[in-house]
Structure formats: C-alpha cells, structure tokens
Design a protein. Structure first.
Length: 276
C-alpha cells in the first residue's frame, strides 16, 4: 500500500500534499514509529505517545505506521493527525499481538490490547478503505507474544502495511517478512486488484545482519532503513526519497523514520515471489 519518489533535498520535504484520491496526491510523507508503549519493556517512559503527537504536528505526514502501541494510542494519534492535516478524512486501524499461553491478546500494563497500528489521510469523497490483518504462521515459541501484520487498502490508490517482527530469532523474523511480502500482499492484490504498496515497520532485521533484511525484499522493490531495524519497503512503482531519522527525545528506544514517497501512477507488474 505504500510508495515513494522525489528529487527534493531533506529541507524541502513537501508539507502540503493532497489527500489520497485528489489531484496531486502522488507524493506522500510516510512516518514510521516504534513507541515502546506497553509499559512492560525497559524502554518504556510513558512519554512516547505525547512526543509522537508532537512529531506528527511538526512533520505533517500522510501515512503513519505504529509499532508497540496500546489500542487507545491510535485514537490519540489519529486526533493529532487530523489536527495537523485538515482536509480529507483520517482513518485508522489497529491489530493486537497475540498472547500464546493465554490464547488471548497481549495487553499493555494499562489493560488495553497491545500491538500495531496505521493512520492515513484520504479524500473524504473516496470509498472507505478495507482493512486486512493476521497472525504469522511462523513464530518463536520461546516468546509468548505472537507477531502480527496489518494492512489498509485505499481503493486501488495505495496498499499500506505495517508489522513488528520477532525480535528473539532472526530466522523467524525472516520467515515472517517473507510471508508478508510473498503471500499476504499478493493475496490482497488478487482479491482487490493491484495497488502500489508500502510496508513500514520494525522488522528486527538489518542490512548486513544474519540474516540480512535484503534477502526478503523481492527483486524490483525499493527499501530504506533508519540505519538499524526499522525499514520501509515499496513496490517498484513507488519511489523513496529524502529519508531521515526524527529524534524522539529519549521517549522510546527508536528514532522515528520519515520519508517522502512518490507513486508513478502506472500499475506495475504483479511480481512473483517464488522461493520466498
């Protein structure tokens, strides 16, 4: 669902792009954030959501992908995006990670479900997007948290996905990545037709790692990262430009990752993923 391009310098990141579905909507600002907001991890500060709202206000993204959040954080940040980007309509989605021992969702310390989310700004005249979500078949059974994926499809315009892959096993994270790009995304295309795709999230895989994140990126796709484990991966008809980290001021253990992406407007070939 996500995509990118631009010949701009970082200082020239456009702040006034139109909602998806309106003329001039081919350039988007994409913001990925891992907020470590479960209340259970050592990186929790209790300040990450407030800082995320400040970043949204300052950077004015079109698409926000969220990892390690509580369910109500999505509503808080949806309000922040709506205030930062008036016009069009903001839609959101959330998916809770599983808790294998209890056959239930994983919960934040505040009692809310814990997981991943998406926010995007659309043309108010367009059809409401469809949401797809699921749990990976490959999991690290030493970790009680079951990793999940979440995609939001905006009526042939964009197919946006986020995920937070296993952090306890590189091989499991790689299998989950391959499942998402090699099976999930093509299945959604078969059901709903082709759309340029953007995946952003904390993949817990990095360039030069063992395994290397590039081994699950299909030929012809584009990829950037934050210098560590947060990645953006797009189909070849989406170009990525001007990525930069955004300081989260010590409120979480990850910087935000911001990029400008451009969709070239021509449906690309539906790439095959044999062997992934």
């Amino acid at each position: 669902m996500l995509a990118l391009v631009c010949l701009l310098v970082v200082a020239g990141l456009p702040a006034g792009s139109a909602p998806l579905g309106e003329p001039g909507s081919g350039t988007l600002r994409v913001l990925q954030m891992n907020l470590c907001n479960s209340g259970r991890a050592g990186c929790y500060t209790g300040r990450a959501v407030r800082q995320a709202a400040d970043v949204i206000a300052a950077e004015r993204p079109d698409l926000v992908t969220l990892n390690e959040i509580c369910r109500d954080d999505v509503e808080t940040l949806e309000r922040a995006l709506r205030a930062a980007r008036p016009g069009g309509t903001v839609v959101s989605a959330f998916h809770a990670a599983g808790d294998r021992p209890n056959a239930a969702p994983t919960y934040c310390n505040n009692g809310q479900p814990y997981g991943i989310g998406l926010l995007t700004r659309l043309d108010a005249r367009g059809a409401r997007p469809t949401v797809h979500r699921g749990t990976y078949p490959a999991q690290d059974f030493a970790d009680p948290e079951e990793r999940v994926w979440l995609c939001l499809r905006a009526a042939g315009l964009l197919h946006a996905c986020t995920t937070h892959l296993a952090n306890t096993s590189g091989d499991v994270a790689l299998a989950q990545c391959a499942q998402l790009v090699g099976a999930v995304v093509p299945a959604i295309r078969r059901d709903g037709g082709y759309a340029p795709t953007v995946l952003a999230g904390d993949l817990n895989l990095r360039v030069g790692g063992t395994p290397d994140v590039r081994s699950c990126v299909p030929a012809g796709y584009r990829r950037i990262d934050d210098g560590a484990r947060q990645q953006m991966v797009t189909t070849g008809d989406v170009m990525i430009c001007c990525q930069r980290p955004v300081d989260m001021r010590g409120t979480t253990d990850h910087p935000a990752l911001l990029a400008t992406v451009s969709i070239d407007g021509e449906p690309g070939a539906d790439l095959r993923f044999a062997g992934e």
